[in-house]
Write a protein that binds this ligand. Sequence first.
Ligand SMILES: Nc1ncnc2c1ncn2[C@@H]1O[C@H](COP(=O)(O)OP(=O)(O)OP(=O)(O)O)[C@@H](O)[C@H]1O
Ligand SMILES: [Mg+2]
Length: 430
Amino acid sequence: MNRKAFSNQVVYGISSHLAQELEMIPGKHFWYHQARNYGMQWSYKLLILRLVVNAAYLKKIRGMAEELSLAAFLPKGDSIRIEPGGRGIVELQVPWPKLLRTSPKVSQLPTLPGCQASVGLTTENRPAMVDFNNPLTAHALISGLTGSGKSNLARVLVFKLARQNKSSDLRFLLFDVADSGLAWQGFGDLPHLYHGIIDTMTVAREGMAWLNGELDRRAQERTREPKLIVGVDECQVFAKESDISETLKMLSQRGRKWGISLVLMTQRPVSDSLDTTTKANCGIKIVGKVSSPQESAWASGLPDIGAECLGGLGDLLLCQHAGGVQRIASPLFTDADLENLPTNGRDWVDFPKPETKEPANGSDPDFTPTEYMLSLIAAKHGKGRPWLKDVLESESGHKPGSSRARRLLQWGQEAHELLAKYRYSLSVTD
Ligand SMILES: Nc1ncnc2c1ncn2[C@@H]1O[C@H](COP(=O)(O)OP(=O)(O)OP(=O)(O)O)[C@@H](O)[C@H]1O
Ligand SMILES: [Mg+2]
């Protein structure tokens, strides 16, 4: 079936159902909107029908999405979404059969200034945009079932922002711990990164510690530049890590003032996967296919927006503070698009390494072979704590805390005396 045959089938089905059930006569009680493409429009994933309806019938039609889907002979699983709002006009969004759905190209999205970015095309094929510099929409939450197109959308977003801004004006920190960095595959050489793609819990913890410090530094120096966007895919993995979710919450509360924006992604933004304050502070909510009207309300914070009727694969609702709800088709980000990503040099920061944990009861921890060896060398050559801490850091990457270094030196001293007592000598050169 082609699009024309499908459109005819839908118009016939819907008109006859309205005539039968509500005794609505086309041309008398409703008619297809003349000014707007004669009531019918083809967009990437949808056939749009705009009916001008006699006010008495408006409310009734809005509650008939399910019946109309049946009347239009839609396949099982597909359903018509009726756009709420719109005075006197009912917009029926009918999904094309799967094989007839397409996506726009990334190159079709316009280039915008600064931190505004286009994320897809609306049902009228106009670009829909988000603006991270608007105080009401400083943070974004992207949610929806698996395969709804969250990670793809985030890639489009980061791509557009990176292409529009110099790395001196805009930086990113990109996390994907759940899928070992897969969501940001190909973005590792972006010059805008503050650090490589963060794909393990250990580095994520260091990164969050750095973000804490960065926020304080910006607040002290009264600076909000460069703009920093923190992209976190599958952010529910941090729900049980109280230190990390606290940092995310704090960034959602204070980040805006100091030029730090969050872009969070999760399948179900319920309270056990995302802190409620963090969620509420996300003024941009982009919702993909969800499983029920209740999930739709959880994800968007708005009742009755019908995210359960979406088709998945980049069919999304963009809900913004004061901007209403727009249904958008996001482009599919391809390997060819990756080629257009800037890759001119990197300038990474060092994350602070956490102090090695000391055992609470003061008993000796297990030392590593490197620590044993270097403690012996320190004892033989009469070196102190600063020397030991420095060489351990350069050898193993971890600087021991002061009390661990003291215990190491003590062990080294005792071992050295024992060796000397039994006339073993170490032949160690500096
Ligand atoms: N805009 C789009 N147009 C066409 N296909 C898309 C689009 N967005 C995503 N897809 C397809 O859907 C698949 C899943 O997309 P994506 O990985 O973004 O989903 P997700 O919501 O992040 O899922 P998960 O929660 O499992 O990570 C992609 O591999 C891609 O093939
Ligand atoms: Mg994903």
